[in-house]
Write a protein that binds this ligand. Sequence first.
Ligand SMILES: Cc1ncc(COP(=O)(O)O)c(C=O)c1O
Length: 404
Amino acid sequence: MQTVDAAPPPHNPDNTYFLMDEAALRRRRNLKWSSYGENVLPAFVAEMDYAAAPAIADALSRITTNQQYGYPARSGSRTPDSVARLYAERMSRIFDWRPDPKNIVVVSDLVQAIFTTVLAFSKEGDGIAVQEPCYPPFRDAIVSTGRLFTRVETVDDGNRLSIDFDSLAKTIGPQTRLLMLCNPHNPTGRVLARQDLEKLAKLALAHDLLIVSDEVHCEITFDQFRHIPIASLDEEIGRRTITLGSAAKSFNTAGLKCAFVHFGTAALRDLYLKAFPGRVIVPGHVMGIDATIAAWEHSHQWQHDVLSYLAGMRGLLMQRLGKDLPGIRVHAPEGTYMAWLDCRALGLPSPVYDFFLSEAKVALSAGQTFVTGGEAFARLNFATSETILSEILDRMTHAVRTRA
Ligand SMILES: Cc1ncc(COP(=O)(O)O)c(C=O)c1O
């Protein structure tokens, strides 16, 4: 488990204060807990079933108490510029990567950033290379805007899932403009090692590709695995990389809206702002900006406690799958709170998402939304309480054992 800041905080004996029971979660009425009926346990969309850090709750209640609903201040400590500086400082402190605050554009969220970078840095008919399985908005952003989704295969080397570098080298053609990465990888949970990043960098240089690297899960890694921003490899790679990040995954604030796009050069930033002037892009909402500041400045203990708990849930998941559902092939996620379940050996009715929903009353994310032909795969979000995760696994085990 990664402790993200320099000095580990003191151990907090009451370290599960962020857990919420099922009734409280259902009252949240968010996408995760309102998309299915009361008899279904959701394990899909990438957010955590945990209460946000106390400092975030305080920051948000200050906004409502003081009725801060007017135009936000343009200078001072709660502006897009100041939160961009915090992002740069944090990346530098945690990952030894030094983004230039002047080359950061604050946006609403990363799906907006994925679409706008595709639109700004490629044209219709251009190829964009992406590892499959992939986070579904990558494909949407490419296909719906008339770009070519250039599929890069994933290989299972017995220990881990990896980008198939032979497939990548073969698929890059003269029309390929962008290499879109997701690291740590959603949905496989893979954290790219330095040698993988170096291979990617070499290919990007050889084929003159821009790299768009979605690193939103960078602060959620386990055991010995450590995130390395690809932009930190060397100056030349840094200059051709656009990095996407936010506090939303590690601090559970996706609904509040504040995210960062870092451009490797001022020229790339200017190209982007020419396509999407600052007045068009919502530069983070008041709540998102304040929540991000509260997360990064005052929520270290919470983050430490949640990461410890997540490491426990990952252990529980792997132990239960090995014992009760050995037909499911899964590699322990190196990062993210998602596990990519290969259910092919179980011979379940297809798609397995439908099977688990109807027979186990568990809503996973459907494999076919991440990879064409992925009906025998599903993604499971394990960022929940031990009680709920155990119940999810009990239900899945029972459904598999008793299927007709
Ligand atoms: C890799 C990745 N990028 C982006 C997002 C979405 O980020 P946002 O909520 O900022 O649009 C997610 C959410 O699951 C994700 O996993």
